[in-house]
Ligand binder design. Structure first.
Ligand code: PLP
Length: 472
């Protein structure tokens, strides 16, 4: 077989396997039966002799039951989007074209589409047009980028170019946040040499809600020295927000940097019904969001937006005689942690082109309605208890039959959480919210409909009753 024929055959095989898997997605259990056996199909030593592309792909197809139906409508765990039709097609093209979006010279297509996508996203999120930005592999790397820009700025306030000289000899970087701060921001601070344990958290309750006066007092006590504030637009337990506008006021008053993690909550800005939750984001210095959540583009994709792009370049640029300089468009390999990088702008651009602002606004509003519908189902069920308001797209609730104390309820809900995942009809994770073990379904997938959230409530009630009967 010629190389061209082998490539075409592999592409056809992948297309057929993918489309039949996707066709069954609406009815597919999130956790397929026989997942352990399917996983065990893969293993063994590195083969000495190759099997060829067709055989490799056939073997892969035989193990697709090791995949969860994560792009399907009933995956409510974590915060997990699906893949829109346009994003899927464009992502396949990105792989087929294998563009290196590092630079304009390497991929005029990837670079131009990234610039357009970043501009469109700023428009979508109502961020100032003059800000810079770049795509990333997710919200964690986007947090890394925003906080790297913050660290660079902070170093400059001390007369130092941290990108060039490092942090040695400088005092610790003061980072202040509320209790909503996501662990990925802490991970970013660890990577940046600031230290995850250096963050001072100001929470007024066990849910992590920001204690603004305490944060303000601590900021004041720094005596005008530069500091970094981290705000969360959307936290994972109940979808609540830090008061971003108040943080922006403090940042302005004290000359601090404000970084906002809006991994999914930034999408609140698309709907007038909830836009006020993320008010003030446009006054921050760095703002990030995820693509593989509410934009519903495939892994891996996030976005970082910064007021001053030059700060990103001071951290992430690299130079060598063989590398390009002074390109007519941003050289994204000089603004992001990766150098060579996948042309993930293709799916982002295509998704936005296919649905436009109105399509994404409609998506967000549909999910707001679904979250309210689920909240109503929880409220009307005797054995379910909602634990928080539903400002956005997450419903925090627990199974609560009568006659159990708090410890017993926590134990029951933890075990029920495991049973729901093992059952596999719907997928939803548990958390600890104000000391109570709770479910926290997050609705961001474009395929999710009312029947899916109804099934979630039904499954929790059904398995809960069964578990309770076994425990008695
Ligand atoms: C608020 C927030 N920030 C950051 C992240 C990390 O995102 P990723 O896994 O895409 O890096 C998440 C993931 O759920 C999140 O909800």
């Amino acid at each position: 077989m010629s190389a061209a024929d082998e490539t075409a055959a592999a592409a056809r095989l992948a297309f057929q396997a993918a489309t039949s898997w996707l066709d069954a997605l609406p009815d597919r259990a999130v956790l397929p039966e026989g997942v352990d056996e399917a996983v065990d199909r893969f293993g063994g030593p590195l083969p000495e002799d190759g099997a060829g592309a067709a055989a490799a792909l056939a073997e892969l197809e035989s193990g697709l039951d090791a995949a969860t139906a994560s792009p399907g409508p009933r995956f409510f765990h974590f915060v997990t989007g699906g893949v829109t039709p346009a994003a899927l097609g464009a992502d396949w093209l990105a792989t087929a074209l294998d563009q290196n979006a590092f630079s304009r010279v390497g991929s005029p297509l990837g670079t131009r589409l990234e610039r357009v996508a970043v501009d469109w996203l700023k428009d979508l999120f109502e961020l100032p047009a003059e800000w810079g930005g770049a795509l990333s592999t997710g919200a964690t790397t986007a947090n890394l980028m925003g906080l790297a820009a913050a660290r660079q700025w902070w170093g400059e306030q001390h007369g130092r170019d941290v990108g060039a000289e490092g942090l040695a000899g400088l005092p610790p970087v003061p980072v202040l946040a509320g209790g909503f701060i996501h662990p990925s921001a802490l991970k970013a601070l660890a990577m940046l040499g600031i230290g995850r344990e250096r963050v001072r958290i100001f929470a007024r309750d066990s849910a992590g809600r920001l204690d603004l006066p305490a944060l303000e007092a601590a900021l004041g006590a720094l005596g005008g020295g530069p500091a970094v504030l981290v705000g969360n637009a959307g936290e994972v337990n109940a979808g609540e927000f830090d008061p971003i506008a108040a943080l922006a006021d403090l940042a302005e008053e004290h000359g601090a940097w404000l970084h906002v993690d809006g991994a999914f909550g930034l999408f609140a800005r698309l709907s007038p019904r909830v836009a006020q939750l993320a008010e003030g984001v446009e006054r921050a210095h760095s703002v990030i969001a995820d693509g593989h959540k509410w934009l519903n583009v495939p892994y891996d994709c996030g976005f970082a937006f910064v007021r001053d792009t030059a700060l990103l370049a001071k951290v992430f640029s690299l130079a060598a005689a063989y590398l390009p300089s002074d390109e007519p468009e941003p050289t994204y390999g000089y603004l992001t942690p990766e150098s060579s990088q996948r042309a993930r702008a293709l799916p982002v651009w295509a998704a936005l082109r296919a649905w436009g602002r109105a399509g994404y606004r409609e998506l967000v509003e549909r999910h707001l309605d679904l979250a309210r519908h689920l909240a109503a189902r929880v409220d009307e069920a005797d054995d379910l208890e909602r634990l928080a308001e539903v400002p956005l797209n997450i419903v925090c609730f627990r199974y609560r039959p009568a006659g159990l104390d708090e410890e017993e309820l926590n134990d029951l809900n933890a075990r029920l959480g495991e049973e729901v995942l093992a059952d596999g009809r719907v997928y939803v994770g548990t958390t600890s919210f104000e000391g109570r073990t709770a479910f926290r379904p997050a609705i961001v997938n474009w395929r999710t409909g009312e029947g899916d959230v109804d099934l979630l409530a039904d499954v929790v009630l059904e398995l809960g009753a069964r578990l309770l009967a076994r425990t008695k």
